[in-house]
Design a protein around this ligand. Sequence first.
Ligand code: FAD
Length: 308
Amino acid sequence: MTVKEILEKRSTFSFEVFPPKTDPGMEKLVGKDGVLEKLYTLNPDYISCTYGAGGGNVGKNLEVLDSVKASGKAIPVTHFTCIGNTKEGIKEQLDTYLEHGIDHMLALRGDLPFGWTGTGGDLHYATELVKFVRDTYGDKFTIAVAGSPEGHIQCRSLDADIAFLKQKPDNGADYIMTQLCWDMDQFRYWLDAIRNAGIWMPVDVGIMPVLDQAATINMALSRNGCVMDRALCEIISKNWIFPNPFDKEPFDAAVDQKKADFKKAGIEYTIKQIDEYRACGINGIHLYALNKYEDVAYIAKEAGLLNL
Ligand code: FAD
């Protein structure tokens, strides 16, 4: 069954992992008793793997997805970007994915590498990639696309962003995977707005577990301009590591305790957020697993995702 077919029947539950840079990291993820094997015990519908801008980690991305495919325990979904890719190069890579039995993709423009002003490839926007894949491969791929509830950081307005999102199903995309969004009022506004705009694709919500102070701030602000709501800001402030959470040698004597307290409060916050999302009538929860098992499994269990 494809993810599209599952979404026609019920909500989905899935994980996202990234290709580790080192061999020990790979072993920890795909090796025996590794993180993937543990994640399978939670019965996810699919596991997606990120794709480095410019395809720098294509080999490791494929190795991770091969491992998911070989397990037969979840549908492998590759992320794929336009960055630095010619049409010929895209076709070559997508042919390889198909040869490996990987026929699900998240079609993205990609994050522009530092200093770049465009994709440096033949395609400039995700919607062009969706069209190219449909024109070239027909229905061979199930295609997910990104949606940004707060508006993509480079969009000139939320209205423009939604208008461009509408082109994605028009060009053949099957479902939306969302960018992280902690601002629930904004999310509800966006969900109404896209439906009003005639975008009826299922919405699979991306959830970034709040586990680490520096990583949370980094994810929100280094690229995406995400609003952190009062509840999240309080968790950060109450557990602030002095002089700041990015300092490699903090002088804060309570650093270990603060890290533990932050994680505990962050996990509770994440679970509540999943409750709120599910009450909005969304179609799936996609947990950024960050190549971890224990905390992610706890969140999935407590949030009742294992019953989906
Ligand atoms: P697009 O939909 O192409 O939009 C990009 C910008 O261009 C937006 O501001 C949009 O409003 C504007 N736009 C779109 N079409 C037009 C047009 N025709 N004319 C003018 N403006 C237009 N990045 C990676 O590099 N690797 C990953 O593995 C990865 N995984 C991700 C997973 C998820 C779930 C999400 C949500 C994002 C992921 N990203 C990843 C990040 C993503 O690549 C970036 O957010 C990127 O900056 C935009 O990608 P997009 O597909 O949303 O772009």
